[in-house]
Design a protein around this ligand. Structure first.
Ligand SMILES: [Zn+2]
Length: 489
């Protein structure tokens, strides 16, 4: 936890030293920028804030200009604007796309905040405001890191910036935007800072996300609800038939019983399993967070393996018949279940949905009709751990935080990461600087200023490392594994 030391800074060489010194001498100005950015209530999902979202985009564009970046543009979309910029070209150097979002979640309920959510309050080494850690703080860190390099001899690689204003309302227009601008956004890799560190003082590189496939299943029986006294016993009950179908989807151990569901699933490697087993993961605390009586899951896998590396099929909800107060003696006309599957590499999302549909159709009796509606189907993504960006991020985070970062995956899905993969062919590495307890999406969101300042230094180091300018040799390809001592002062 020693922070910057003479030893780790010395290996940076002139450009890095100057950039670091510049950041260190301008922390107050950086905080003023952050406060100004956070004061704009850019709530993307609330129509009344439409003009505020536009103002935040304009603020960000102006700040990118001031940072010395080129081609700064605010692109209107059918929704909220997209802001792009790039660094001065460096032929032969790697190209990295930086993605983040300048919109925020609503601040409701306002009464739950101890201080107004859009009047940023700086106290206890934190800044409190909606969007502080998710994601304006981290977006600004990227601008500040680029500015520090641009002002002290130049950014040593090709950076492209893509900041959207609809992440908190589903990134509705981003896929089409990326597809329409694929040439100017083309990159060797994408870096996203919109995720937490593993814990305070434990930097993390997230290299894998699960995908998502969704379908709705409706079982239809009679044309309308029927009197159970007149018709009960003579026609099939759709709620019963749906329950029977859903119950067959898993075995008693929690494994998905659909033939073909696990086709293509890539097992975590022995090295991954060993690293995850060493993580400072508190399973009792995880259980407490759930409120469940006991954890449960596929035999043979740890909790982290279950949520990071194994696919799931979840019934998210069931509706059908009468469930209000009192009693209504009917045979319901229909029953519906919403199902989503979290997918891992290398499952084929369409094949998975096909398998589930076949399984249900084969089991549905002819006394009811089955209706299935398919929704999105995005695959899981995994960036190889030997990718140069991962190696560079390891060196940058280790030098900045005084300990080796941990390699993690996440069980969630970020659709835009799949877009970067499918449209740009670029793998994504998630290097985030928030902390898990910073109350994103909740009242009293905050960002830890030490991580704001140090994370900005880490980003400077990341770009230098990727350009082979951090004193560790260009593109050595291999992450130093298990070298805990190597970067520790
Ligand atoms: Zn976010």
């Amino acid at each position: 936890m020693g922070g910057r030391t003479a030893g780790s800074a010395a290996v940076l060489g002139g450009l890095g030293m100057e950039a670091m010194d510049r950041l260190a001498s301008r922390r107050e100005a950086a905080l003023e920028d952050l406060v100004a950015f956070l004061a704009i209530p850019s709530v993307s999902s609330v129509p009344a804030h439409r003009e505020d979202v536009r103002r935040a985009a304009a603020w960000l564009a102006e700040r990118l200009e001031r940072a010395g970046l080129e081609g700064v543009r605010v692109h209107p979309t059918a929704g909220h604007p997209v802001v792009t910029a790039r660094s001065a070209p460096v032929p032969g150097a790697p190209t990295v796309l930086v993605y983040g979002h300048y919109d925020v979640q609503p601040a409701d309920p306002p009464d739950a905040w101890t201080h107004p959510p859009f009047s940023p309050r700086v106290a206890d080494g934190r800044v409190y405001a909606r969007g502080a850690s998710d994601d304006k703080g981290q977006v600004l860190m990227h601008v500040l890191a680029a500015e520090a390099l641009a002002a002290t001899g130049g950014i040593p690689l090709n950076l492209r910036f893509l900041f959207e204003g609809e992440e908190e309302s589903g990134s509705v227009h981003l896929h089409d935007f990326v597809a329409a601008h694929r040439e100017e956004l083309a990159a060797d890799a994408v870096v996203v800072s919109d995720t937490p560190m593993f814990a305070a003082g434990v930097p993390a590189i997230c290299y894998g996300l699960r995908g998502l496939a969704a379908l709705d299943v409706t079982v239809r029986g009679p044309a309308q609800d029927l009197h159970s006294g007149v018709f009960g016993g003579a026609v099939a009950n759709p709620v019963h038939e749906l329950a029977r179908l859903l119950a067959a989807l898993h075995d008693a151990d929690g494994r998905v019983a659909v033939p073909g569901f696990y086709d293509g699933v890539r097992e975590p490697t022995p090295a991954e399993r060993a690293e995850w087993a060493r993580l400072p993961f508190d399973e009792a605390e995880f259980l407490r967070t759930t409120g469940s009586p006991r954890l449960f899951g596929e035999p043979g896998y740890s909790t982290l393996e279950r949520v990071w590396a194994r696919p799931t099929l979840e019934v998210n909800g069931i509706a059908g018949g009468f469930a209000g107060d009192g009693r209504k003696t009917i045979v319901p006309a229909s029953a519906t279940a919403k199902i989503t599957c979290r997918l891992v590499p290398d499952q084929d999302p369409v094949a998975v949905v096909d398998a589930v549909v076949r399984f249900l159709e084969a089991r549905a009796p002819d006394t009811v009709r089955l209706e299935i509606v398919r929704h999105e189907a995005d695959p899981g993504v995994l960036t190889p751990l030997d990718h140069p960006v991962v190696a560079a991020a390891r060196r940058a985070l280790a030098a900045t935080f005084g300990r080796e970062p941990v390699n993690i995956r996440m069980g969630g899905s970020i659709p835009v990461v799949h877009t970067f993969q499918s449209v740009l062919g670029a793998p994504t590495v998630l290097v985030g600087f928030s902390l898990p307890d910073e109350r994103f999406h909740a009242p009293n969101e905050f960002f830890t200023l030490d991580n704001f300042y140090r994370g900005t230094e880490a980003l400077v180091r990341l770009w230098l490392a990727l350009a082979g300018r951090d004193g560790a040799g260009a593109a050595d390809g291999g992450a130093p594994r298990g070298g805990e001592k190597e970067h520790t002062p």
